[in-house]
Design a protein around this ligand. Structure first.
Ligand code: ADP
Ligand code: MG
Length: 798
């Protein structure tokens, strides 16, 4: 069967031989079809034991045989005949009872008997609530439709729209999620379903519930009214309104397990434990450690919890491979995880309710529900991931003391569930290790904080207030059980408390205000905690009065949970909430519990600017931690203008010009500083000279006082000649120097000596001295060196 599929291009356009005998001519085919059609009316479900008892095309029967499907299940036996007769059907059967084939077989047969070709366009659409389920149905269709010549397309979000768009017109069967289908209907001129013959809603109650209401209404508007409609689910809708929306014509309601004692599969053994919120992590950890090498699914209330528990448990290493599936993951990653869990013999899959419906993971041993499901239907679908098609399985539900009423509700729905006790001695609490990991990894800590807040929100948004009470949660100890030493702030709860308090005060001062709960509706298509594929409208409300326990929590860290506020959604339209007064809506807007647009970067920047926070502002602190104003101020006119004009961000070009201008001032300043330094040096030099001069005078006067008069001694120059001068110079100061004049002379000679060392032509060095010096120099020289020196001197002379 040819199909559109992005991830596995090799399978694209896979055409398997059309199961028609080529020797038969067209008329033969028509007669075969007529023959089949003629038998439709006489189909009796009671008499059917094998698929070949149905008047099905040989193409379908062959594929069924090849796939190992020989006997129809109950729901297949009851519905296939009616569907072949063209009836609208509401099919209800337990999870894992084979509903997929119950609608895929009649779908193929319908197109076959209509001799549907590629040229006829879209003949059938199957809508499912999640991408993974759509993919699973697509794979089943590929198997059982392999001998037909229809093309099929998997149209789900998170894939290349362009790719899908170009091939939409070639598709005879579309398997899709509601959002993406509507997108094509709205944006794709090639998409046309005016000829569509058969519409299927799998997990119909979910497709028709509040989350998809707007989308489904828009889709239905685009579909031809003359069509056959099949609805299937384990928890089938019977809402007259839903049926009216779909304009079903005299539908047949087939509920094959309605009269059974239990609404869940026979092979499923179900139990629940009552534990405190703070013990949930340790119960889960201990359970997983005690059930190694099993295939286990673990359900949580929100994506962020799944993410955190998955990440921290990966670090704790339970010994069994871990996987996590939730809506905020990238589509390819989701598919990869889905496939991975399908093929694993033993693994633990943490998940939101994204994986609760329809997914047929082979041989799941256990389903664990860490967080209470929102209603019995969700419970049924969650546990239905195990004990599928006559196999066995087990499930465990963790309930808080405050949620115990859920047990009665489950029992009302014919769910056999029994209480079991936890042996506290066997509990293994990993909290210390978790704390250590969080201390090392701030990103993980942030994930933990988000998980904590998102759990509180999930509970807060549950519609069933008899079961769920956010105020009954011991949030402080729950935070600690997640490894968080300080409980994060739950801002929406604080705001709610503040509002309720102010409301109370108003009442007290006589300003009556009605007791309505808060509600604000938004029709944004968004992502809810659990049903990430759905577009969810977002009524927001404040439930009953807070209890003391929740108010007692003092939250010390500041956690920005504004992002989480966007997913404040309730999951059903029949929410028990009243409309608010205008005053209350205004009040809510003040409290930021209002309809929110996605916060773009530009919007965030504007927000900052409004708050008059100057971006890129630099504050310097001294060692005492006090802010000090920067000594550097702008001087150029351009810079001042730039500073005044610039409200935020950096205009690189302008900033460059400003720097150039400022550079001129800096250079000027530098020059001035250098000048000043030179001036100072000169001044010091002058002072020194002056001092020296004064010193000389002082020396003259003091000398006469301190030194004895030795003028009567003979002149040493005359006695020792110049030779002694040299010696004296070399030895330093001479005691024989007596008179100040002679001392000065000696000083002068010392100076001259320095000169003579570097200047052989000094006028003061006599020829005799030169000779002596040369003699001295040449004393240690060899002949060559002396010759060289002599030549040099000769050259100089000439
Ligand atoms: P449901 O939609 O009712 O939850 P599925 O259609 O997913 O159930 O089928 C559950 C499992 O039963 C699947 O693995 C499927 O292959 C198997 N199955 C369905 N019909 C038959 C059949 N007639 N014979 C054997 N296995 C079947
Ligand atoms: Mg199903």
């Amino acid at each position: 069967m040819p199909e559109i599929k992005e991830e596995k291009p090799k399978k694209d356009k896979k055409k398997i031989k059309v199961y028609t005998n080529k020797s038969k001519n067209k008329r033969d085919v028509e007669s075969v079809i007529d023959n089949l059609k003629s038998k439709y009316e006489s189909i009796n479900a009671e008499e059917i034991t094998k698929f070949c008892d149905f008047p099905l095309s040989s193409n379908t029967l062959k594929a069924l045989r090849e796939c190992g499907y020989h006997k129809p299940t109950e729901i297949q036996r009851e519905t296939i005949g009616l569907a072949l007769q063209g009836k609208d059907i509401l099919g209800a059967a337990q999870t894992g009872s084979g509903k997929t084939l119950a609608f895929l077989i009649p779908l193929l047969e319908k197109l076959y008997t209509l001799k549907w070709t590629k040229m006829d366009g879209v003949g059938s659409i199957v809508i499912t609530p999640t991408r993974e389920l759509a993919y699973q149905i697509f794979e089943t269709l590929r198997k059982i439709g392999q001998h037909h010549d229809f093309s099929a397309g998997l149209i789900i979000g998170g894939k290349d729209l362009k790719f899908e768009r170009n091939r939409m017109d070639q598709c005879n069967i579309i398997i899709c999620t509601p959002g993406r289908l509507l997108q094509h209907m709205d944006e794709n001129p090639l998409f046309d379903c005016v000829n569509m013959q058969i519409l299927v809603l799998d997990e119909a109650d979910r497709c028709l519930d509040m989350g998809f209401e707007q989308t489904m209404n828009a889709i239905i508007e685009n579909l031809p009214p003359k069509r056959q409609t099949l609805l299937f689910s384990a928890t089938q809708t019977r809402s007259v309104r839903d049926l009216a929306r779909l304009s079903l014509k005299d539908p047949s309601y087939i509920s094959v397990h309605e009269n059974l004692e239990h609404s869940t599969p026979k092979g499923l053994s179900q139990s629940y434990v009552v534990c405190e919120l703070k013990d949930k992590v340790s119960v889960l950890w201990s359970f997983l450690k005690n059930h190694p090498n099993k295939k286990i699914m673990v359900f949580f209330a929100s994506c962020k919890q799944v993410k955190y528990v998955y990440e921290i448990f990966c670090k704790l290493r339970p010994g069994t491979p871990l996987l996590a599936l939730y809506g905020t993951l990238h589509q390819l990653r989701r598919m990869d995880i889905y496939e991975n869990f399908c093929h694993k013999q033993s693994a633990i899959l943490f998940s939101t309710d994204l994986a609760a419906r329809g997914l047929d993971f082979p041989a799941v041993h256990w389903v664990l529900q860490v967080d209470c499901p929102e209603d019995p239907a969700t419970y049924i679908h969650r546990v239905g991931r195990t004990a599928r098609y006559h196999r066995g399985g087990e499930s465990l539900l963790m309930l808080l003391e405050s949620e115990i009423q859920m047990v009665d509700k489950l029992k009302e729905k014919k769910i056999p569930i029994q209480k079991i006790e936890i042996n506290p001695m066997k509990l293994n609490n990993p909290v210390r290790k978790m704390e250590a990991f969080l201390a090392k990894d701030p990103t993980l800590k942030d994930t933990a904080q988000r998980a904590f807040v998102s759990y509180a929100k999930a509970v807060y948004l549950m519609k069933d207030k008899e079961v769920f009470d956010v105020h009954a949660l011991d949030t402080d100890s729950f935070a600690r059980s997640l490894g968080l030493a300080i409980p994060p702030r739950i801002r929406f709860l604080q705001r709610m408390h503040a509002m309720l308090e102010s409301k109370q005060q108003k009442k007290e001062v006589g300003r009556s205000s009605n007791n309505k709960k808060y509600f604000k509706d938004s029709e944004d298509e968004g992502v809810s905690n659990n049903f990430e594929d759905s577009g969810v409208s977002k009524p927001k409300y404040i439930p009953k009065e807070p209890s003391k326990s929740s108010q007692s929590g003092h939250f010390q860290t500041v956690e920005n949970d504004s992002e989480d506020d966007d997913i404040l959604t309730v999951k059903r339209k029949d929410h028990d909430i009243d409309l608010p007064s205008q005053e209350e809506i205004a009040e809510l807007d003040m409290g930021r519990i209002s309809k929110k647009k996605a916060l773009s970067k530009a919007a965030m920047a504007k927000k900052i600017l409004k708050k008059k926070i100057v971006p890129n502002k630099k504050i310097l602190f001294n060692e005492e931690g006090e802010a000090v104003t920067s000594g550097k101020t702008k001087k150029s006119e351009l810079a001042l203008q730039y500073e005044n004009e610039n409200e935020g961000g950096i205009d690189i070009e302008k900033a460059k010009q400003v720097l150039k201008e400022e550079d001129k001032f800096d250079k000027q300043l530098f020059k001035e500083k250098v000048k000043a330094k030179h001036k100072e040096q000169k001044r010091k030099l002058k002072e020194q000279k002056k001092k020296e001069r004064e010193d000389k005078d002082d020396f003259g006067t003091s000398e006469s006082e301190e030194e004895p008069d030795l003028s009567w001694l003979p002149d040493p120059d005359k006695v020792y000649n110049n030779e002694n001068e040299e010696i004296n110079e070399e030895e330093g100061e001479t005691d024989r120097e007596s008179s100040p004049n002679k001392k000065q002379k000696l000083r002068n000679k010392k100076k001259n000596k320095k000169n003579t060392n570097f200047n052989a032509d000094s006028p003061e060095s006599g020829p005799k001295r030169k000779r002596k010096k040369l003699e001295k120099l040449t004393l240690n020289m060899d002949v060559n060196e002396a010759e060289e020196l002599a030549l040099m001197l000769l050259n100089k002379k000439t």
